[in-house]
Design a protein around this ligand. Structure first.
Ligand code: GLY
Ligand code: MN
Ligand code: MN
Length: 282
């Protein structure tokens, strides 16, 4: 509501306004851009509870299980850990559904040979985690799936290493685009000449931003164009190949520090070998 609308509302309710009304949104937006220590502790807890959810999920993933059964496991786990619930509608997308960025049906059966993309977050005291992992339903990635996965993982690691305070969002987008583009050339999905003609040629394979702030909203809004210490964000490089039924998005939650950045969503398996080992031990 803008100032004029607030005045009109007050007038319609016969309220007398002795002082000019100021919309608080402009202040809260600034306050929400960086986090206080207590807010970081709540975000960290949201992330830890989400990690617990992934731990339980890994034990349950196998062919024949339905996506909604995994959602049920997560919901139970989050409630047992005193979360408010999901931070946003959970995305549990097996097979080609993984390419749908906001898939929420969660009604398909997991099939051997497919991947399942799990984009979830617990909300704790209203602070929201936003974490994504991808698992092979059969417990082992095919060589093609592993190849794509490794490119996205290497991009994520590279971004985490590169992030520093003062870096612009544009620079971060460019770093991500370069890594993903090079990967797509190695995968035979883009040619060097296509890339030279258009640096945005990677876009059909990653049609979303590299990241966003998190906090009370899973997509916390900001007008700032650069990263500052105290900002909490989600970074989510991805490659989607619809005709191969492959969707890989890996998403971590980070805190910008004076020196660089810290991963807040640690302890959730990311390496291929680690995931395969955990899945074979259930
Ligand atoms: N889960 C929404 C997002 O990753 O931005
Ligand atoms: Mn997400
Ligand atoms: Mn996100």
């Amino acid at each position: 509501m803008d100032e004029k609308q607030e005045h009109n509302l007050a007038a319609s309710l016969n309220l007398k306004i002795s002082k000019p009304i100021t919309a608080l949104k402009q202040y809260s937006k600034v306050l929400r851009t960086t986090k206080q220590p207590v807010e970081l502790a709540l975000l960290k807890r949201a992330s830890q509870i989400t990690a617990k959810g992934f731990e339980r999920l890994i034990k349950q993933i196998r062919a024949g299980v339905f996506e909604y059964e995994l959602e049920g496991t997560l919901s139970k786990c989050f409630i047992e850990h005193q979360a408010d619930g999901f931070a946003y509608p959970p995305i549990i997308a097996s097979g080609v559904s993984g390419i749908l960025l906001h898939y929420q049906e969660n009604n398909q059966m997991l099939r051997s040979g497919d991947l399942v993309l799990v984009d979830i977050g617990a909300s704790y005291s209203n602070y929201k985690a936003d974490i994504t992992r991808v698992f092979p339903v059969s417990g082992r990635f095919t060589s093609r799936q592993a190849q794509v996965y490794q490119i996205v993982l290497d991009t994520l690691r590279f971004l985490i290493k590169s992030i520093e305070p003062g870096m612009s969002w544009d620079k971060l987008e460019t770093l991500c685009a370069e890594q993903i583009s090079r990967g797509l050339v190695n995968l035979g999905l883009l040619s060097d000449s296509e890339l030279k003609r258009s640096p945005k040629a990677y876009k059909p394979f990653m049609p979303h931003r590299v990241g966003h702030l998190i906090g009370l909203d899973v997509h916390e809004s900001t007008e700032e164009t650069s990263l500052r210490p105290g900002m909490a964000l989600a970074i989510e490089p991805a490659i989607y190949i619809p005709k191969e039924g492959i969707a890989i998005r890996l998403e971590e939650n980070m805190l910008i520090t004076e020196q660089g950045c810290k991963v807040m969503s640690e302890g959730i398996p990311l390496e291929i070998q680690e995931i395969e080992a955990l899945m074979s031990n259930k």
